[in-house]
Design a protein around this ligand. Structure first.
Ligand code: ADP
Ligand code: RBF
Ligand code: MG
Length: 159
């Protein structure tokens, strides 16, 4: 069960992902290294999450994140992929990504086509925008965690 773990804070370097061209689909996902994935609480469900993120202590934006094995692609390795709702117009490899996960949207699913997967991700983005804007959530934009000098080794102890 995924209960009582939110907000969950994590930080790490943005590494190369699976190179499937998510970027070309308009949905680039910044991938965390394995150690950040392994630091997740053991009781966190795989699935799609929402929250806030920033890069190199910059402005905080809404994000959607996929945690799991991407059944559509049959991944062997569990991954944490974050799509930040902002146009950076550049690569961010090597930069530090900080995320504050605020809640769960849905389980990971398999789809009959890539188009259906993309439509589901677009729905997730709309959900995330609404949920991030709730009074109980939007205060996290100004969390000290996102400021310079505050980081996290992947746990949720540093706020
Ligand atoms: P990879 O397979 O290496 O993860 P993607 O096609 O998923 O490649 O693209 C992800 C990369 O795109 C990120 O690592 C980052 O460098 C860049 N990027 C640019 N804008 C964004 C964004 N809004 N959200 C996530 N990554 C972004
Ligand atoms: N992959 C899946 O196999 N099933 C999913 O339900 C799924 N949902 C996703 C939702 C979001 C918000 C994001 C960012 C990714 C999701 N993915 C899912 C991962 C997707 O397959 C991966 O990012 C690909 O690289 C996209 O081309
Ligand atoms: Mg990626």
């Amino acid at each position: 069960m995924t209960k009582g773990i939110f907000p969950y804070f994590a930080a790490g370097e943005i590494v190369k992902g699976f190179g499937r061209g998510s970027k070309d689909l308009g949905i680039p996902t910044a991938n965390f290294p394995l150690n950040v994935v392994q630091n997740l609480p053991p009781n966190i469900e795989t699935g799609i999450y929402y929250g806030f993120a920033n890069v190199d202590n910059g402005p905080v934006h809404e994000m959607v994140m996929s945690i799991g094995w991407n059944p559509f692609f049959h991944n062997k390795e569990k991954s944490m992929e974050t799509h930040i709702l902002h146009d950076y117009n550049q690569d961010l490899y090597g930069c530090i990504l900080k995320v504050c996960i605020l809640g769960y949207i849905r389980p990971e699913k398999n789809f009959d086509s890539l188009d259906l997967l993309i439509n589901a991700i677009k729905d997730d983005i709309q959900q995330a925008k609404k949920l991030c804007n709730l009074p109980s959530n939007k205060g996290y934009i100004t969390s000290n965690f996102f400021k310079k000098g505050n980081s996290s080794d992947g746990g949720n102890s540093v706020i």
